[in-house]
Design a protein. Structure first.
Length: 73
């Protein structure tokens, strides 16, 4: 399974981006819970979800910076 591409994230609007961040954080929590109770069947999903979260947060921060730079002008 290949890691998700950041271009997919950049195509999301701001509302979808926030929703996706929340969903990935919930999924990571669920995976940690499964790991703690020894029910985790796919440990590779940690890497994929963390990678996806990093992409989402990066794009969110890029948009925040772009907005503040435009507001200063």
């Amino acid at each position: 399974m290949a890691l998700p591409k950041i271009e997919d994230v950049r195509n999301l609007n701001d509302e979808d981006l926030s929703t996706e961040i929340l969903n990935v954080k919930r999924e990571l929590f669920r995976l940690r819970l499964e790991k703690a109770t020894r029910q985790l069947k796919s440990p590779h999903l940690f890497k994929h979800k963390k990678h996806r979260l990093a992409q989402l947060l990066t794009v969110e921060r890029e948009r925040q910076l772009k907005k503040t730079m435009n507001d200063e002008r």
